[in-house]
Design a protein around this ligand. Structure first.
Ligand SMILES: [Zn+2]
Length: 132
């Protein structure tokens, strides 16, 4: 019995892994590209830090790499099934465009997944708010 969102929901909506309420990222407006990659320093709700150590998100690169590989395979399968005259250049162009389109989403999701691996969920994190 909890009102907190599930792990999957909190990752998709880029919430703090500890309380699943505060936002990981500063802005949620896709029309403001500057804000898409800007993270909060710490959770506005439970004050969990979002950068435990310098270079913490280096590992998130591998998750983002997995997302892109999946995307490229999906694009390749779709394109080769939908077209009569297959062209490797067109395929590469579509892959390039889709990678740019999905970049902010993959960037956010890979960071949300990465921090969720290291920061466990705490039901009562709203009251404690411990700072280290
Ligand atoms: Zn939090």
């Amino acid at each position: 019995m909890t009102d907190a969102p599930s792990l999957i929901q909190s990752i998709i909506s880029c919430k703090c892994p500890k309380c699943r309420k505060g936002d990981l990222f500063v802005g949620n407006n896709p029309s403001n590209p500057k804000q898409l990659f800007e993270m909060n320093k710490s959770c506005p709700t439970c004050s969990q830090t979002f950068e435990p150590e310098p270079g913490f998100y280096f590992g998130a690169m591998f998750i983002s790499y997995a997302f892109n590989t999946t995307l490229f395979i999906a694009v390749w399968v779709l394109y080769s099934n939908l077209t009569e005259d297959f062209s490797i250049l067109t395929l590469l162009a579509i892959m390039g465009i889709s990678a740019v389109v999905f970049l902010p989403l993959f960037f956010r999701w890979s960071r949300a997944i990465w921090i969720s691996i290291f920061v466990p969920f705490e039901k009562k994190s709203q009251s404690s708010g411990s700072k280290t």
